[in-house]
Design a protein around this ligand. Structure first.
Ligand SMILES: [Zn+2]
Length: 266
């Protein structure tokens, strides 16, 4: 299956460069809660959860946050990793293998689900993720091929919406000094599903258009991690841009396993 977005030609616009220094950002607030960082105990938060990267992936973006906010986020990070794996599974062998491993563990744990004291974290998480899905929404058949599809259900979709808004805000703030972005409009697209069903096509077009037409006199940023060198599929890729005339407006696009993309417009 062909991944259509973003095209490598589009990416050439976005120089892959080092982040500005944290001190150059003039940060005053914690991006997770929006409150002042002054006189608080802080810790560096990895904006994109570490569990999505290959071991040893360098130069990952972080921002100082309240230590308490950072702690609270780590629960969401594991949930997010599982959501991304499930969403990307039909378009990426890496995500598929990771999702399989998780579901296998959950299935094993399910035998002990009602034993007091048994460790059933994966089982509980899998239930929370999959319970809202009807069994007939888990897969579609297309051209004789069965393509697994996960329907997240409303509860998970709302949580994903909030998580992505926060993640993209963090990436924007990490790259654009003096920015004060408002809460973004958020969308996402699963490439395989978009191609089979046409769902998400609008986001495809919207994102492609934006990545091509971003104004070169504003701030543009991009980082990419790949297991197979520069030409290989990206494990994680993000890019974005801020307007020259208003550094609090712009967009961030973040993509996992070259199979699922999230998009925020500020
Ligand atoms: Zn905070």
């Amino acid at each position: 299956m062909q991944n259509k977005m973003p095209r490598s030609g589009d990416l050439a616009l976005y120089a892959e460069k080092l982040h500005p220094r944290i001190s150059e950002l003039n940060l005053t607030r914690c991006y997770l809660c929006g409150l002042s960082l002054e006189n608080s105990s802080t810790s560096p938060d990895h904006i994109i959860p570490q569990n999505i990267f290959e071991k040893g992936s360098g130069n990952r973006p972080f921002l100082p946050t309240h230590a308490t906010c950072n702690n609270a986020k780590s629960r969401d990070d594991e949930w997010f990793k599982r959501v991304v794996d499930l969403m990307a599974a039909s378009g990426s062998p890496v995500a598929d293998a990771s999702a399989q491993q998780f579901l296998d563990k959950a299935l094993l744990e399910s035998h002990d689900a009602y034993v007091i004291g048994a460790k059933v974290r994966n089982f509980r998480l899998a239930r929370r993720l999959l319970r809202p899905a009807r069994s007939d929404s888990l897969q579609v058949t297309y051209d004789g091929m069965v393509v697994p599809q996960i329907s997240l259900g409303e509860e998970n979709a709302a949580r994903l919406h909030a998580y992505i808004a926060s993640l993209c805000t963090g990436l924007f703030l990490r790259n654009v000094p003096d920015a004060e972005p408002s809460f973004p409009t958020v969308n996402w697209v699963q490439y395989a599903q978009a191609e089979l069903t046409g769902r998400g096509r609008l986001v495809h077009e919207q994102a492609s258009e934006l990545t091509r037409s971003a104004s070169t006199d504003g701030t543009m940023f991009c980082q990419r991690w790949s297991t197979e060198g520069r030409g290989g599929p990206s494990t994680v890729l993000y890019l974005g841009s801020a307007l020259a005339e208003d550094s609090s407006r712009g967009f961030v696009y973040v993509q996992f396993y070259s199979a699922v993309g999230f998009f925020a417009i500020f």
